[in-house]
Design a protein around this ligand. Structure first.
Ligand code: MTE
Ligand code: MO
Length: 272
């Protein structure tokens, strides 16, 4: 893992017009409800959480199901750096330099069967180290679950991250392995993944099962489709200062227009 991170560091690309969100903000302003509901809770409770050993289970409609220990999972890949915007459904955003590999490389390896149409992801449940899991007050059910259509999972932008800013993922950002889907609201980018299942039917996801009118399965970033309780037309790009919030226009698909073809036959207001 260490060697892979060193190698990847040589490939750092510039972020175009975007300014990278400082490491400090990326790692101290987080949503990871297993570690608590406040933005500072994950840094506080997961800062030293490096769960090991880690394995990823692959099951369902797939030719090569089974358990992949993290080292084995990463062995064939040369890590890439991807600088992506991350837009949270709450109305803030960041620009983060991730390290990892495209999810499609894993799909090719495990070979979903012809029956597979959806992919479901599950996060780890580690009650001992996760105060949000122990709390009786959380609105969410564990494990945290997310899902994608197989075509979305196979899109070249869909990424599995194992690091950020040239180092391995901090606990609060989803160590040791998390999904990053840059054209969707941040809640789709599930952290600390232990299981990937290939399914015939669309899976029910954590946020959709909690409030289906507010958090749809697709969750594509869209300035024209408001959340029932707030507008999605604009966003606060972090870091901002209290009296100078850095507010910018939100873009369709978070600016990643190359994914539009995935939804050409879909009414984005109905399939939000
Ligand atoms: N397991 C799990 N994954 C999760 C979450 C969570 O609470 N639990 N929060 C999501 C939300 S709402 C966002 S905005 C992003 C935040 O990622 P970051 O903290 O690395 O910026 O993680 C997503 N992945
Ligand atoms: Mo979010």
């Amino acid at each position: 893992m260490r060697d892979k991170l060193m190698q990847a560091r040589w490939q750092r690309r510039d972020a175009g017009d975007e300014v990278l969100t400082p490491f400090r903000d990326v790692t101290q302003y987080n949503n990871f409800y297993e570690f608590g509901p406040q933005k500072g809770d994950p840094a506080c409770h997961a800062g030293n959480w490096q769960p090991q050993p880690w394995s990823l289970w692959v099951d369902g409609e797939v030719a090569r199901p089974g358990r992949l220990p993290l080292d084995e999972l990463l062995a064939p890949y040369r890590l890439q750096e991807r600088i992506y915007r991350l837009r949270c459904v709450e109305g803030w955003s960041m620009v983060i330099p991730w390290l990892g590999f495209p999810l499609r490389d894993l799909l090719e390896r495990v070979q979903p069967s012809s029956h597979a149409r959806y992919v479901r992801f599950e996060s780890v449940v580690d009650a001992e180290n996760m105060p949000g899991v122990r709390s009786g007050f959380s609105l969410l059910e564990w494990p945290y679950r997310e899902g994608l259509h197989l075509d979305e999972a196979a899109h070249p932008l869909t990424f599995m991250a194992v690091g950020l800013y040239g180092r391995s993922l901090p606990g609060q950002n989803g160590a040791p392995l998390r999904l990053v889907v840059p054209w969707k609201y941040g809640f789709k980018s599930i952290k600390s993944i232990v299981r990937i299942s290939f399914l015939r039917e669309r899976p029910l996801t954590t946020w959709e099962s909690m409030a289906p009118q507010e958090y749809g399965f697709y969750a594509n970033v869209n300035p024209h489709v408001d959340h029932p309780r707030w507008s999605q037309a604009r966003e606060r790009r972090l870091p901002g200062r209290l009296f100078a919030p850095n507010v910018i226009d939100t873009r369709l698909f978070n600016g990643y227009e190359e994914v539009a073809g995935l939804y050409s036959n879909m009414d984005l207001r109905v399939n939000y």
